[in-house]
Design a protein around this ligand. Structure first.
Ligand code: ARG
Length: 442
């Protein structure tokens, strides 16, 4: 029973939040004359001494006390006697654990936000460096149209910027205080939940005591947002793995974020990127785990909810690690501009520009221009050359009205520079977006 029942092995990570909650509760109990001021002072001093011991590693956690709440309460009673046994007046471990986990997730959200900000800044620095550097843009992983590397990196800035906003939404929604809901029905003691809520930095107390002890949607929202963020990091990691492979050779990762092979001396393996890609699996799994725990649980508290902590802790730790590794990789990344430029010109990547020229200059409907361009591409393919390498006579054999002006749109640089529509890849657009992001991030 002890083995299946105990959570102290993992919920000791909530000790700071547990002590902060208990201190706020004790102060409120005294202010409401539910305990005396002397009892309050003894409780606060006792909690401080416990906090010091836990921080220094000298506190001995007992496995016979089920969880962090009982461990701290037992130690307090041992130290200060009866006053310690009054602390649990007008509360329950049900509101206590709901409070502690909310506080813990709130702290983690602030830490992750700082990490996301650092990663965004690293991406913006690289986007600026490569704002005009051509690379092939892909669809279906087939060369599609030329873009700039800076533009590609800015796509991740947008995604991670939305992740930040999702975490901020999650923080705002979770910032209501469950303390004082007691076991499930509230309490007959004259407590002041508004005071404890504001002392702990919450916007307000939660309005329904059943909801306060039985809801874990704040944890689910955290896990879901983290899963979306990890999925973004995983896609980026996958691109890094592809780009760093020898046949692509688009980027070079630093030694700090690659490993060698014990048998093949030439290898530089992108292990950090591979692990960021892989760790998304457990982050997604943690979301599904807690969703599955919560579905079908009747109100209010059920012990099932003790299973909320490990997925939350693991996701927080794993995402922090992935963000740090990704930031490091981005900071050190060197693009191979020559290889990217060469491939940007491959695969008839400016075929769309050719079709657009036929529309703009000859007034053809786009569908007809698309058809003619297809025949020109087939001609180039048969000759084993690029579009810009076809002679004017060769182009005219397909469409007699073509003029030499068409060559002005067939180069990679011309193609990129022409993509000036809002959100497009033209270098001036990319630079404007970088400036806008810098302004936004402050
Ligand atoms: N260790 C428990 C948890 O993590 C604390 C709440 C226990 N409450 C109870 N009534 N048994 O959920």
């Amino acid at each position: 029973m002890q083995e299946i029942n105990a959570s102290i092995g993992f919920d000791k990570r909530l000790w700071q939040q547990d002590i902060a909650g208990s201190k706020a509760h004790a102060r409120m109990l005294a202010a409401q004359a539910i305990i005396s001021e002397a009892e309050r002072d003894a409780i606060l001093a006792g909690l401080d001494s416990i906090a010091e011991e836990i921080a220094s590693g000298s506190f001995s956690f007992s496995t016979t006390s089920e969880d962090i709440h009982l461990n701290i309460e037992a130690a307090l009673a041992e130290r200060i006697g009866e006053a310690g046994r009054r602390l649990h007046t007008a509360r329950s471990r049900n509101d206590q654990v709901a409070l502690d986990l909310r506080l813990w997730v709130r702290d983690v959200l602030d830490e992750l936000d700082a990490q996301l900000l650092a990663l965004l800044r690293a991406l913006l620095n690289q986007a600026e460096r490569y704002a005009a550097s051509p690379m092939p843009g892909f669809t279906h992983l087939q060369i599609a149209q030329p873009i700039t590397f800076g533009h590609h990196l800015l796509a991740y800035v947008e995604m991670l910027g939305r992740d930040r906003a999702r975490f901020a939404d999650c923080r705002a929604r979770l910032n209501e205080c469950p303390l004082g809901a007691a076991a499930l029905a509230g309490t007959s003691f004259p407590i002041d939940r508004h005071t404890t809520a504001s002392a702990l930095g919450f916007a307000r107390p939660m309005a329904n005591s059943l909801d306060a002890v039985s809801s874990r949607d704040f944890a689910l929202e955290f896990l879901a947002t983290a899963a979306i963020c990890a999925t973004h990091l995983s896609r980026f990691a996958e691109e890094i793995v592809i780009w760093a492979s020898a046949p692509f050779h688009f980027v070079r990762l630093s030694d700090a974020f690659t490993t060698g092979s014990s048998i093949m001396p030439q290898k530089r393996n992108p292990d950090a990127a591979e692990l960021v890609r892989a760790k998304t699996g457990r982050i997604n799994g943690n979301l599904v785990a807690l969703l599955t725990v919560m579905k079908g649980l009747p109100l209010a508290y059920a012990k099932d909810m003790q299973e909320d902590k490990e997925p939350v802790f693991d996701t927080a730790d794993t995402l922090a690690l992935c963000l740090a590794a990704t930031e490091g990789m981005v900071r050190d990344l060197e693009a191979n501009e020559a290889a990217m430029r060469r491939w940007a010109a491959e695969g008839f990547a400016t075929a769309t520009d050719l079709a657009d020229w036929l529309v703009r200059t000859l007034g053809l409907p786009f569908r007809d221009a698309h058809h003619i361009t297809g025949r020109i591409v087939a001609l180039a393919e048969a000759k084993g050359c690029g579009l810009a390498d076809l002679s004017l006579d060769e182009l005219r054999s397909v469409e007699p009205r073509v003029t030499a002006d068409i060559y002005s749109v067939l180069s990679v640089e011309a193609s990129i520079a022409s993509r000036t529509s809002y959100g497009g890849t033209a270098p001036d657009n990319v630079r404007a977006q970088i400036a806008a992001w810098r302004e936004r991030l402050g």
